[in-house]
Ligand binder design. Structure first.
Ligand SMILES: [Cu+2]
Length: 82
């Protein structure tokens, strides 16, 4: 289940190699991230990913797209995506 979701997300990323804040810093992507993180089994990594996603969401709400992308990237790393 987790493996399928991560593969699906990776496929999504590779379909848009030049993905930008306009693709990642959206409510739709945040929801997708919430779902992915909920499926994580490594408690430590899950905590890290949740923390970065929260900061990413806060930056998005504040209109800080650079900050949003930076924390999104960290969240992805904690999820083992890059
Ligand atoms: Cu993401």
């Amino acid at each position: 289940m987790v493996r399928i979701s991560i593969a699906a997300l990776l496929a999504l990323f590779s379909l848009s190699p030049a993905y930008a804040a306009t693709d990642m810093c959206t409510d739709a992507h945040m929801q997708q991230m919430d779902g992915m993180i909920a499926e994580m089994t490594d408690a430590e990594k899950k905590k890290e990913a949740t923390m970065h996603l929260d900061m990413s969401k806060a930056a998005m709400k504040a209109g800080d797209m650079d900050g949003c992308m930076k924390h999104m990237d960290e969240a992805h790393k904690a999820m083992g995506l890059n």
